[in-house]
Design a protein around this ligand. Structure first.
Ligand code: SF4
Ligand code: SF4
Length: 167
């Protein structure tokens, strides 16, 4: 399977990030009707165009946030106590969330697949969270994710085309 061209993606991000950041920040003022169903539709379309197995950029460049039960479940899977798992792989950030010390994620395989897929952290399961309700109020998360996630970028690109360019 051909890898997604992440260099070309980063170049596109540097050209468009400012425009899409302003767009996402201003969405709440536009009061677009039906924006959540639109986001869900664009989410499906974008993930049909982009195969995560050719990308894995989230697992390479971002850390998931662990819940307590993520830590218990995953530590048990690798035969460690939660404390030992935290000591070896995680740190507590300023908001009190447990995050990965090192990137790429230690569970990412050479084939771009997650080696603990069925028990991965809840945050990984939901990422990039663009299928959830309240797209407008998720602006901060989406602004961050357009830099790392080609699917999020594509969703925002399509939304911008529909709302601003009226395509
Ligand atoms: S646990 Fe799996 S899905 Fe989550 S960051 Fe690591 S490799 Fe990616
Ligand atoms: S969720 Fe986004 S960053 Fe992660 S693999 Fe899929 S397209 Fe890439």
């Amino acid at each position: 399977m051909k890898s997604l061209d992440l260099k070309a993606f980063r170049q596109k991000v540097s050209r468009k990030k400012k425009i899409y950041t302003t767009f996402l920040r201003g969405l709440h003022r536009r009061k677009v009707r039906g924006i959540d169903p639109m986001a869900i539709r664009l989410n499906h379309e974008s993930f049909r165009e982009i195969d995560c197995r050719t990308c894995a950029n989230c697992c390479k460049t971002m850390t998931p946030t662990y819940t307590k039960s993520d830590i218990r479940r995953i530590a048990a899977h690798v035969n460690m106590t939660p404390e030992a798992y935290k000591e070896k792989y995680l740190y507590l950030d300023d908001s009190g969330d447990w995050m990965h010390y090192n990137l790429p994620c230690h569970f990412l395989g050479k084939d771009n697949l997650c080696t603990i897929y069925d028990i991965r952290p809840l945050d990984c399961r939901g990422f990039p969270h663009t299928h959830k309700k309240d797209f407008v109020n998720a602006a901060t998360v989406n602004i961050q994710n357009i830099t790392y996630c080609p699917a999020t970028f594509r969703i925002v690109e399509k939304m911008y085309e529909k709302i601003i360019l009226k395509k």
